[in-house]
Ligand binder design. Structure first.
Ligand SMILES: C[S@@+](CC[C@H](N)C(=O)[O-])C[C@H]1O[C@@H](n2cnc3c(N)ncnc32)[C@H](O)[C@@H]1O
Length: 335
């Protein structure tokens, strides 16, 4: 679908205030190991670098998930209620949702992302492709409790969450359960969730996916330090850190970090942090889940499997979840 008209895309901007960004940085630098929240990776430059990562030959996740959404989009849509509001968490370039919107019956679409400028660009492009679908953008941090500021044309629609890209893996398992529990509440008693989950596989392949030969993943992580300088006036030696991605079998996760080359000092957010030689700043985790491990975790948040689609190598799954039997009443009576 395409349209040549100039398309508007409304954005509600609830980006964390600068004071909240400063607080998140302070808190992260006090942790051991030091770890900044993954959403800080995504300013406009970070979003552009992420899009470039998805085009690297080593990073098959996006291509695999996109192919599944294209080939199975109609089957997925057949399981969703007509006239529903599709709420995408971390929409990014909003490319993956297009085949779903094509296949769905009278959908409306809400795109949530922390990266406002990028979200507006993606939203305008998507609205041009789907001119008759009501759309809205919300810039917000989805890791915090959220309310959806919906216009009346979206308010009464049944809700379906869409969370592609295996971004659930940025949360540690206890945070993932909290997040999925909040989604149960946010999406309502009949809400469903379509979620893309990357699976554990060969560690060399995984490490290469997160540390591509062209150095885009490294630039993406280093942009975090650049951002601390640009947005918060941080003082540090940009050449004093090097990027690493390593598979941690015990936790079933890739740990992405910036490692201090020699002693390093970082002054930011009213704090001086001294890094010992070799000390790491974790920029992001990416937990990987087998289908069984994921469904066990989801069940602790009140979700059960309705359907699962996967590629024939079993590298990646898209799960359609619905509330666990008997959970609707329990969760909504206690709230
Ligand atoms: C790994 S990218 C995935 C993008 C896209 N969904 C895909 O599958 O290719 C994560 C996206 O989520 C956004 N994001 C990350 N953490 C977020 C948070 N806490 N709140 C809102 N958006 C977030 C980023 O800006 C980015 O667009």
């Amino acid at each position: 679908m395409s349209s040549s008209c100039t398309t508007s895309f409304e954005l509600i901007d609830l980006h964390p205030a600068k004071a909240d960004v400063v607080a998140a940085v302070r808190q992260g630098l006090q942790r051991r190991p030091r770890q900044l929240p993954a959403w800080l990776l995504y300013d406009q430059k970070g979003s552009e670098l992420f899009d470039a990562i998805t085009k690297q030959p080593e990073y098959s996740l996006t291509r695999t998930e996109q192919a599944l959404l294209t080939s199975k989009g109609s089957a997925m849509a057949n399981n969703l209620p007509a006239g529903c509001l599709l709420v995408e968490f971390g929409a990014g370039s909003a490319e993956k949702v297009s085949p779903l919107l094509d296949a769905m019956d009278d959908p409306a679409y809400l795109a949530i992302d922390i990266s406002a400028e990028h979200l507006v660009k993606s939203g305008k492009r998507l609205q041009q492709r789907h001119p008759s679908t009501p759309m809205l953008g919300l810039c917000a941090d989805y890791s915090q409790p959220l309310e959806l500021p919906l216009p009346s044309q979206m308010l009464r629609r049944p809700r379906v969450g869409f969370f592609p890209g295996s971004s659930l893996g940025n949360f540690c398992p206890s945070e993932a359960i909290t997040f999925l529990t909040r989604l149960r509440q946010l999406l309502g008693p009949e809400g469903m969730l379509l979620i893309g989950i990357d699976q554990p596989r060969d560690s060399a392949l995984l490490e290469a996916a997160y540390d591509d030969a062209a150095g885009i993943s490294a630039a993406f992580a280093l942009n975090l330090l650049d951002r601390l300088q640009r947005d918060l006036g941080a003082k540090l030696n940009m050449d004093g850190f090097s990027y690493q991605a390593r598979w941690d079998e015990a936790h079933s996760r890739i740990a992405m970090s910036l490692t201090a080359k020699g002693e390093q000092q970082l002054i930011v957010a009213g704090m001086e942090s001294c890094f010992a030689p070799g000390e790491e700043l974790i920029t992001e985790y990416s937990y990987k889940f087998s289908p069984k491990a994921f469904l066990t975790l989801a069940s602790r948040a009140g979700w059960q499997k309705r359907h699962r689609w996967s590629d024939n190598r079993e590298h990646f799954s898209i799960h359609l979840l619905e509330p666990c039997d008997g959970e609707q009443t329990e969760l909504y009576q206690s709230s």
